[in-house]
Structure formats: C-alpha cells, structure tokens
Design a protein around this ligand. Sequence first.
Ligand SMILES: *Cc1c(COP(=O)(O)O)cnc(C)c1O
Length: 364
Amino acid sequence: MTPQSPHYIQSIAPYQGGKPITELAREMGLNVHDIVKLASNENPLGISPKADYAIQEAIHEIARYPDGNAFELRGVVSRKFNVAPDQIVFGNGSNDILELAARTYLTPGDEAIYSQHAFAVYPLVTQAVGAAGVVVPAKNFGHDLSGMLAAIGSKTKVIFIANPNNPTGTLLAKDDLYAFLKQVPAHVLVLLDEAYDEYLPVVHKSEAIGWLREFDNLLISRTFSKAYGLAGLRIGFGLCHPQVADMMNRVRQPFNVNNIAQAAAIASLADEDFVARSYALNQAGMLQLTTGFDALGLSYIPSFANFVSVKLPDATQVNQKLLQKGVIVRPIANYEMPEYLRVSVGLFSENAKFLEVLTEIVRA
Ligand SMILES: *Cc1c(COP(=O)(O)O)cnc(C)c1O
C-alpha cells in the first residue's frame, strides 16, 4: 500500500500534452524526419540566432548555480517592458508563474475562477493546492467576462484569464478587459495570461502592462516558449505589483530558472527581427490553413494566436488517420471540444503536408 495523497490530488486529471515526434515514430514505425508536429504551438522557425549563440556560450557555466535573482535578465525585462525590477517574477516557463500564483494566493477551500475551454493548466494548479475551480461557461468560445464577474463570491481569491485563449484563439477587447478589472474586488488576484501577445497585430497588442499602475491585483504572465521559440528551455515571467512579486518570490524555488534559459532570454529580447519574422510567418501560415479549411468546407474558430481549432464531427478518427500519416495535431476533447482539432501554424511545407493529408482523409 502506498501513502494516501489528499482527495484533491487524486482527482486531478493528468495534463495531456502534444505527442512527441519520437513517440509517434516508435508507434507507427515512421522516420522522425517524415513526421510533422503541429500540436504544441511551438515556433516553427526555432529560436533566434542570437539566442542560439548565447546558449552555446552559457553551456560553459552550467557547473555553477544560476543567478537566482536573474539580475541581468531582470534589467533587460525592466527596460523593455517599462516596469520596475521589483515588479518582475521569473518562472520555469510561465506555467511556473501560474503555479506560484496558486500556491501564493490559494488555500484549501478557496475558489479560483476560469472559463470553460480555457488553458488546461488553470484547473491543474488550482486543484493541486486544494482550492476549488469555478468554471464559467464560455461565450462564443471566448471568456464571458460578465459571467466571470457574477461568479465572484466570498471564497474567490484568483481569476485566470488567457488572452488570447488557448485552445480557442479568442481575444477579448481591451476596453472590455479594462472595464472588467475595474469591477473585480481589489483582494482578488487577476492573472492575465498573455502567452501569445507577440502574435497579435499592433492594434490588438495588450496594453495591460500600463494598467499595473492602476490595479495592484493584476498579474500578467508572459512566456519565451511561443514566439521566442524557447519552449524546451522553460522560461517565462510575471509582471505585477512589487508586493505580489515579493510574496511569489518567497514561494519560488530559489533556482527555478537555469542559466542557459536566462542567457537565451536576454539574447532573444534583443532580437526583434526574429519576432517580426515569426509574426509574419504565422500570419501567412494562418491564412494558408484557413484557406485550406474553407476549400474543404470545414468551419474553424477565427484565431488570434499561432494555432487554430477546426471542427470535424469525427475528430477522433481524423486524428488517428493523421497520426498514421505522420501528422501530429492536438485533439481537445479534454477542453470540452470533442469535435475540434487544434492545429499549430507551422512552416509553409508543414501546413501544406497537413492540409494534403487532411484533404485525403476528409474526401475519402
Ligand atoms: C503555451 C501556454 C503557456 C506557456 O507555457 P510555458 O510554461 O511558458 O511554456 C501559458 N499559457 C497559455 C495559455 C499557453 O497556451
């Protein structure tokens, strides 16, 4: 008999990530080079050449502990985003920021609010600390902000909002989000997850960092995993009031961000050209995918991120057939969207292969 974990741990549904390329290669007897993975919203361009160089250099330092305060990176982020150094918390991926927020602000019996079809990590971090998740039904696949306000009760301590949201790609209007923040009680932390902000066109880019001056209960999370391409290195950060940062830093593992990740992040922030190329490739690839869906008569949820969810009544079977042909996308039944597959925007050739195989399957 093994030790008993609390009931709230036992009831956590494990996270289901995108299938790794090597796993599919083993299962189907395929060559890894013939497999196209469009399942985890990774950057198909890889990483910035500047980050690549910084990584090679930083490898020589790995016998040393990293700088637990990330002094140099903190300075770079502070200048780039126009926040004070003590308003920044670094995480092992922005997932770590979500977890730190939960561990810092939620206790058993408290409630965290998030939307139906919102990012799967919100329930995970909430349940892991014994708090209860309050799921607000989505509106047109996006967050229903009035519904979320109405769900606030005496036990509410945290509200999670993904903008754009994963896996729906929906975006909240800035005015609506601002009006929402105005109405949330000051003792409730609002975690605004902006993992995909770099993929937004200029008009839609978040202005929430400027709102930090007004809302002491706002925590914005950003990541290097998506447009910066550093998903495998695990680094992200939170921007918030210095007192919120102070509390989260008490809970944080002292060395949660490794030195290679810190060096790569510094170099990545200096390479605006790479982000611009990633943005442009994504715009073109999104058009390529949606044009393909239109041609097949398939409906999809218009997306503001680097992925799009397409509707297929027999999504499970289509996914199985895609896998047999070496194409990995993401089934999202666990997001209460069993009729959809989420497809990350890849390189032109990857999108083309996916569409070609999808066409064969749908037309068969
Ligand atoms: C991918 C993603 C993240 C980022 O996760 P990391 O831990 O930074 O790799 C955060 N939030 C959302 C909504 C995401 O889709």
